[in-house]
Ligand binder design. Structure first.
Ligand SMILES: NC(=O)c1ccc[n+]([C@@H]2O[C@H](COP(=O)([O-])OP(=O)(O)OC[C@H]3O[C@@H](n4cnc5c(N)ncnc54)[C@H](OP(=O)(O)O)[C@@H]3O)[C@@H](O)[C@H]2O)c1
Length: 251
């Protein structure tokens, strides 16, 4: 049995990924969708009636949840052709003002969650399988007032790149998708269509391109000319300078 697994599928980018994965890989036997909101997952299962959508309700900040997902995988013993390791959480604000629960939740979901989902899915991936890990442009430069979020995405970037290298001999690819603004529950588009003056991305387009790039073996995909330039600048300029520019112009 060949399947796709998509975390954070109940809204935003994950829900868009579900649609694109179904279109691009219509012959998979099942599409497993993971998030906390059961009603949302069940609605999605209803929407794609002709496909076998398997809702898996799990709180990825809870380390116990991995045991449950691992057990489901053990029972089904599938081949995971596509893994969209996407669930994430962001809360902006000065570190000193943030609730401890938000700090811990970001670390749990964005770091531990993504790592453990990959760990439990990997034994079921074979040559030709791939993962799209949702990183962020916030990983390129330290972002004041998003200190925990940008640091968590930096972890994801380094971990994903290193893991990709470990898996190359097995023909299992990892693509790091590094988007900028997207209009989702996490980052709703304002009246002017911009956040901090930065452009929003078309999720339909980027999910399609991400799947194609991941299947071709690419390592990183940063959608949009502005964000590509930001990535290059972030690489060339010292982070001590970039952190000040980000604080002044984009905070
Ligand atoms: N939107 C942006 O501008 C932007 C930019 C760069 C990167 N990203 C990244 O894109 C990814 C998707 O975010 P989004 O923008 O699509 O936001 P979103 O609409 O808020 O979606 C977040 C998804 O993650 C799930 N999730 C959150 N906490 C969870 C938990 N504890 N356990 C299980 N699932 C959990 C949510 O489902 P439930 O609430 O149902 O659990 C939801 O499906 C994230 O990794 C985010 O960091 C977003």
């Amino acid at each position: 049995m060949k399947i796709a697994v998509i975390t954070g599928a109940s809204s935003g980018l994950g829900a868009e990924f579900l649609n694109t994965v179904i279109n691009e890989y219509p012959n998979l036997d099942e599409y497993w969708i993971i998030a906390r909101r059961k009603d949302r997952l069940e609605k999605l299962a209803q929407k794609y009636k002709t496909k076998r959508i398997v809702p898996v309700t799990a709180d990825l900040s809870d380390m116990e949840s991995y045991k449950g997902i691992a057990e489901l995988l053990k029972q089904a013993h599938p081949v995971i052709k596509v893994l969209i390791n996407n669930a994430g959480y962001a809360k902006s604000g000065a570190f000193s003002q943030m609730e401890s629960s938000d700090i811990l939740n970001m670390i749990s979901v964005n770091i531990k969650g993504m790592t453990m989902i990959q760990k439990i899915c990997l034994p079921y991936m074979r040559a030709g399988s791939f993962t799209v890990i949702t990183c962020s442009v916030s990983s390129f430069v330290p972002v004041p007032n998003q200190a925990i979020y940008s640091a968590s995405k930096k972890y994801v970037y380094y971990w994903g790149k290193a893991l990709r290298e470990e898996l190359i001999g097995k023909d299992i690819n990892i693509l790091l998708l590094c988007p900028g603004n997207m209009n989702t529950e996490m980052n709703p588009k304002g009246q002017d269509g911009k956040a901090g003056g930065l452009p929003f991305l078309d999720m339909k387009k980027i999910t399609l391109k991400a799947l194609k790039k991941a299947a071709r073996g690419s390592a990183v995909y940063t959608p949009g000319a502005f964000y590509k330039l930001y990535r290059v600048t972030g690489k060339l300029a010292p982070s001590s300078l970039m952190v000040k520019i980000v604080k002044r112009y984009f905070n």
